[in-house]
Design a binder for this molecule. Structure first.
Ligand SMILES: [Zn+2]
Length: 110
């Protein structure tokens, strides 16, 4: 089984019992070890192989956000061509509302 250390910059500072390691007199709180899944289980998104929890992922992003953005900077907006939206009015005896149906125009896809 392959393992990664959690990449959360403060993972080793969180005071939980499962992080305590070492012998009496020289105990430490240690970064959590993560079991690597390959292939990823269907419900995984990928970050789970590198971070023990979402909080550690967010700490990492907070610390390295500028570097992460530099990997794929967005200098202009993106657009998805759509057909003219169809607005439909619905009502029941209590209230009425509108639904807007948005469909992608496949003929204008790049
Ligand atoms: Zn962690």
């Amino acid at each position: 089984m392959e393992y990664n250390w959690c990449h959360g910059p403060s993972c080793h500072k969180q005071q939980t019992q499962d992080r305590i390691r070492g012998v009496k007199g020289s105990k430490v709180l240690r970064t959590k070890k993560i079991k690597v899944f390959d292939p990823l289980p269907r419900y995984y998104q990928g970050w789970e192989n590198h971070f023990c929890k979402l909080g550690c992922l967010m700490d990492f992003i907070r610390e390295h956000l500028n570097d992460v953005i530099a990997l794929g900077p967005r200098r202009e907006c993106l657009e998805t061509p759509i057909n003219d939206p169809v607005k439909t009015r619905h009502s029941n005896s209590y209230h009425s509302w509108y639904d807007t149906e948005i469909t992608v125009d496949e003929t204008r896809q790049r």
